[in-house]
Design a protein around this ligand. Structure first.
Ligand code: HEM
Length: 384
């Protein structure tokens, strides 16, 4: 293999994620695989690439087997700027504060329904239903459709990570597109206070969104906001399940929860990577990335850069986190980050307030397959 070249899949499979990331930092922080895909793993390189949207295009985010044309995520400025401004109205600090009581109530209700001292799959019980209900609520999806909404949401991500048959997945996707198209048409005719109505009303800019684009936005929010937040909570509970002292510490000092959520985002980044394509030749970390080359911007690895954090592979509840890149950086920085933080904090507050202990169930949790997202499909725990 040429100097600085890696075999991404084999290296990852042989070493496992943690050792693979450590090896990248030690040996090939800016590597290339045989197919010409670059892998940027150093914090400074990752940041430089994400901040340079002119020379690193997000058009490379299209594809990945999702076969959904996502607006925003895959657009570059100037179009990205216009579309982002549309969505940003739903994510202002005031909008978030307005949602806080409902989110705290939902988290409390879900935590109340967890039976004490019995093994439960916390993904099915809490970490998945909470974000799904929040986004469904933001979009004005009627409560009666919430179960469908969750099924669709899981199925879309299943397109990447599960072995379901392609025909089944396409069927679900069609069903979902049909539902959102119906919802968009309904809200255009009779607008409410929800996000879909807001998107249909947009006409104060040069952009007017077609129903098809609104469907794209809806699917984007579902994909970007549901499983990522589920994974954040699952990853954090998984860390804490091995550490009764840390659970006790959070109960005694709930103000530590915010930092624990940030440390979880850093060490177990729910979105492991994003992809960019170079629009011209660029020097990064002493090497030249050529115009047209694709770059895997390895957020999870940047968040474990030993040049930035001491003992980057250990989870420290009250670490001075510094700024991680779990939500990306630059113009595409996660618009839902404040919402994800609000949900994760509400869920953790609800759990530590009610349960004195968190332990593992008899069965092992099931992790998602290797890919873009990092988290749990199921995580059996016992809350006592
Ligand atoms: C822990 C939870 C979450 C994580 C780790 C996460 C991660 C990310 C990352 C890394 C990006 C940047 C993508 C890029 O640079 O190409 C992003 C973008 C985005 N996220 Fe999140 N996200 C989370 C939760 C959410 C939530 C709750 C929502 C909405 C309800 C959301 C909506 C979006 C949208 C719309 C974008 C595209 C922004 C743009 O392209 O300008 N995310 N997210």
């Amino acid at each position: 293999m040429a100097d600085g070249e890696i075999d991404l899949r084999a290296g990852f499979a042989a070493l496992g994620r943690d050792a693979f990331i450590a090896r990248l930092h030690a040996e090939t922080p800016l590597a290339r695989n045989a197919e010409g895909l670059w892998v940027a793993s150093r914090f400074d390189d990752v940041r430089a690439i994400l901040l340079d949207h002119r020379r690193f295009s997000s058009s490379a985010m299209q594809g990945g087997g999702l076969s959904v044309p996502f607006p925003l995520l895959t657009d570059d400025p100037p179009r990205h700027t216009v579309l982002r401004a549309l969505l940003a109205k739903a994510f202002t600090p005031a909008a978030m504060e307005g949602m806080r009581p409902a989110i705290e109530r939902m988290a409390g209700d879900l935590a109340d329904a967890v039976p004490r001292g019995e093994e439960v799959d916390i993904v099915a019980r809490l970490t998945s239903p909470l974000p799904v209900a929040v986004i469904a609520g933001m979009m004005g999806v009627p409560a009666a459709r919430t179960a469908d909404f969750r099924r669709w949401s899981n199925a879309i991500l299943g397109i990447q990570s599960s072995g379901a048959f392609a025909s089944e997945r396409i069927g679900t996707l069609m069903e979902l597109r049909g539902y959102f198209a119906e919802l968009a048409a309904e809200r255009r005719a009779a607008p409410g206070a929800d996000l879909v109505s807001a998107l249909t009303r947009v006409s104060d800019t040069a952009e007017r969104l077609s129903d098809d684009q609104i469907v794209g936005f809806c699917i984007l929010l579902m994909v970007a906001g549901n499983e990522t937040t589920t994974n954040l909570l699952g990853n954090l509970l998984n860390r804490l399940a091995d550490s009764p002292d840390e659970w006790a510490r959070l109960r005694a000092e709930p103000s530590l929860i915010e930092g624990a959520v940030e440390e979880s985002l850093r060490i177990d980044s729910p979105a492991q990577m994003v992809i960019r394509r170079a629009t011209e030749d660029v020097e990064i970390g002493g090497r030249t990335i050529r115009a047209g080359d694709m770059v895997m911007v390895y957020l999870a690895s940047a968040n474990r850069d030993p040049g930035r954090w001491d003992g980057p592979s250990s989870f420290e509840l009250a670490r001075e986190v510094g700024r991680h890149v779990a939500f990306g950086q630059g113009v595409h920085t996660c618009i839902g980050a404040p919402l994800a933080r609000l949900e994760a904090n509400a869920a953790m507050q609800a759990l530590v307030a009610r349960f004195a202990t968190l332990g593992r169930g008899a069965a092992r949790g099931q992790r998602l397959g290797m890919g873009l997202l990092y988290g749990f499909r199921s995580l059996p725990v016992v809350l006592g």
